[in-house]
Write a protein that binds this ligand. Structure first.
Ligand code: SF4
Length: 483
């Protein structure tokens, strides 16, 4: 047999493409006031890698050389090396990890976006999704603006660059007042940083300190990696100016009822982060405990769909008194694209990512805890795999309510037609997954578990959108500009 005939046909696929998870969105990290700014930013991005694995970038500002930039497609460890980091000089640096929610996955869309305009270098890194970016882009294009990216973030750069205000803070505030939706962003204007959150505070952004240096980060876990202390959350609508490590509050956006994203607690943020004043691990355990109270079932063991469901499964096991087991082992080294044999079985992609521990599963009544269900594809494959491994009963428990609406505030979710929670009843979902029982955490149970914080955005469960969906109402497809 020739070698060609022995090998299966090979193709590549984006490994996460039909996955059952909403996508991590973006992470931002910035440092001011130390000559190690770029090196610390590199480490910070490492800790924020879970928020975006498609591209990474850092822009440092050197007083003599001006902006120094490096961006690339891939993981932080793939994009940066010692030689690159040592070239990123200056006492101010801004970094970004990105997952593109729609539109082309291309280097031109990697952030930070860097331009040079009449007042100097300007770099911007953004987490969130602007809900009037299409409208602004059309207006700016009609005025002659030329866009270099497909990103909603670039409109902010244009708004600042085209401002007639002589004062830099006025230019920044004017741009921020023109945009709606979700933004936790950091702007680098020369060696001055500006950090801002939208008035509802959809996405997290925290302030830290490491000696004389000030640090801004999407999550606290990235402060830990560089030995920085958590100072406080940057408040919804707050705009900070940071120069050589000195932090100054310089503006406020129009107040609105805060609507921090509940999904950060359910899935996105790392469990070792503190988000919305809560330990993410503690919040997820409480979701799991409440889930056990709402949907008790007899079983031999509880286990998680690793890793994002680990804390919720612990909570379920603690509350129910049923032992927690490690029944699924996740392969952490799959990568973003995977070369796969096209003739492999229908659940091949699930098998590559998770492998069952047969001794734990065979002949047992299993309680599987997952953090959320989006399309149901991965979960269905997992259930088939568990059945094939000899599970006697499978009881599926979801530590959040059924997702019924897309997110327009910076989280990649499919359309309503693809959301299993929007198109199927609970019993139809049970049947579709092929499980013996299914139970979702109630909306009240989820909110009650974290009632001391909030109010939260819960629009993907309720359809109650807090920030105006300007582009959608004008007939644009906002997801085409979402990051
Ligand atoms: Fe978060 Fe859902 Fe609100 Fe989007 S719609 S910001 S995912 S809670």
């Amino acid at each position: 047999m020739s070698l060609d005939r022995r090998l299966p046909m090979l193709g590549t696929l984006p490994f996460d493409a039909p996955d059952d998870r909403p996508r991590e969105e973006c992470g931002v990290f910035a440092v001011s006031g130390t000559d190690s700014a770029a090196r610390l930013t590199f480490l910070g991005l490492y800790a924020l890698q879970h928020r975006g694995q498609e591209s990474a970038g850092i822009v440092s500002m050197d007083r003599e050389l001006g902006a120094q930039s490096h961006k690339g497609m891939g993981l932080v460890s793939e994009v940066f090396d010692e030689e690159v980091i040592s070239r990123l000089t200056g006492d101010t640096a801004l970094g970004h990890v990105r997952y593109s929610t729609a539109g082309p996955s291309a280097l031109r869309n990697a952030q930070p976006v860097l331009v040079n305009y009449r007042h100097g270098d300007l770099a911007l890194a953004h987490n969130g999704n602007l809900t009037n970016a299409c409208e602004l882009r059309e207006e700016l294009s009609a005025q002659g603006a030329i866009f270099q990216t497909d990103s909603d973030t670039e409109v902010v750069i244009h708004l600042i660059a085209r401002s007639r205000d002589e004062n830099e803070i006025d230019r920044v505030m004017g741009a921020l007042r023109s945009i709606t939706g979700a933004f936790s962003l950091v702007l680098e204007a020369g060696d001055t940083l500006y950090a801002a959150r939208d008035s509802r505070g959809f996405r997290p952004l925290v302030l830290g300190r490491r000696g004389d240096a000030a640090v801004v980060s999407s999550e606290t876990c990235a402060l830990d990696i560089i030995g920085a202390d958590f100072v406080r959350d940057i408040e919804p609508g707050e705009v900070l100016k940071i120069r050589h490590g000195v932090v100054e509050a310089v503006g406020r956006l129009e107040p609105a009822t805060p609507a921090p994203c509940m999904f950060e607690l359910v899935y996105f943020s790392r469990p070792d982060s503190t988000v919305w004043g809560l330990s993410v691990d503690a919040a997820r355990r409480e979701f799991g405990r409440q889930l056990a109270r709402e949907h008790p079932v007899d079983g031999d063991c509880v286990f998680s769909v690793p890793d994002s469901s680990n804390s919720a499964a612990l909570g379920y096991a603690e509350e129910s008194g049923i032992p927690l087991e490690l029944a699924l082992i996740r392969n952490h080294y799959v990568g973003r694209t995977f070369i796969h044999p096209t003739q492999a079985g229908r659940d091949f992609k699930v098998r590559v990512k998770y492998n069952p521990v047969a001794e734990v599963i065979a002949g047992k009544r299993l309680i599987v805890v997952d953090d959320s269900l989006v399309r149901g594809t991965t979960s269905r494959g997992l259930v088939r795999m568990l059945r094939d491994t000899g599970a006697r009963e499978i009881h599926f428990r979801v530590a959040s309510p059924p997702i019924r609406f897309p997110c327009y505030y910076g989280v990649d979710m499919p359309t309503r037609e693809e959301l299993i929670g929007a198109t199927h009843s609970i019993d139809e979902i049970r049947e579709h997954l092929g499980v013996d029982s299914i139970g979702y955490l109630s909306l009240e149970g989820m909110a009650g578990a974290v009632e001391d914080s909030g109010p939260f955005c819960d629009a993907c469960w309720t359809g109650s959108y807090q920030a105006p969906l300007v582009d959608l109402e004008l007939g644009h497809e906002p997801a085409s500009f979402s990051y």
